[in-house]
Design a protein around this ligand. Sequence first.
Ligand SMILES: [Fe+2]
Ligand SMILES: [Fe+2]
Length: 179
Amino acid sequence: MQARGPLMIEHRLIERMLSVVRNTLSEVEAKHKVDPVFVDTAVDFIRVYADRTHHGKEEDILFRELKNKQLTAEDRQIMEELIEEHVFGRQTTKELVEANTRYRNGDENALTDIVANLQTLTEFYPRHIEKEDKVFFPSSRTYFTDEEDQAMLAAFREFDRNMIHEKYETLVDKFERQK
Ligand SMILES: [Fe+2]
Ligand SMILES: [Fe+2]
């Protein structure tokens, strides 16, 4: 398998989650209410899987390795766009969390913000994924030898191996700090 393999497999799961969110959004709009626990769960997926685990491998391994290569101006431009899109995703998720807290505390107007932020995520993410799958990953592969590509694949596996431990260590740390 090439290094981009796991990243593309992760894209497929992110797309499936986005479909779940899209279907839930139709119900939310019809019923004018949302289950805040669903939002929590979607946020956990976005933060831990899509951002920390998936974008983490892109930014900390693939993009970092590409910074040592002589990228064409066009490829460099696309990589900067992708990084900015990750930042935008984080900001949107933060706003979603804030709206969900307001909603939980009884502010029904926060529903509009929850819907808007979820909608933003479902609209922008598929374009981001397509740009990586069809444009950036194929062109970035040309900068690496087969050995370098396989070394990245191994680094991805190692990165993933730590994720489940990081997730729950972070959770316990957070509870301890709340005491
Ligand atoms: Fe990305
Ligand atoms: Fe990606």
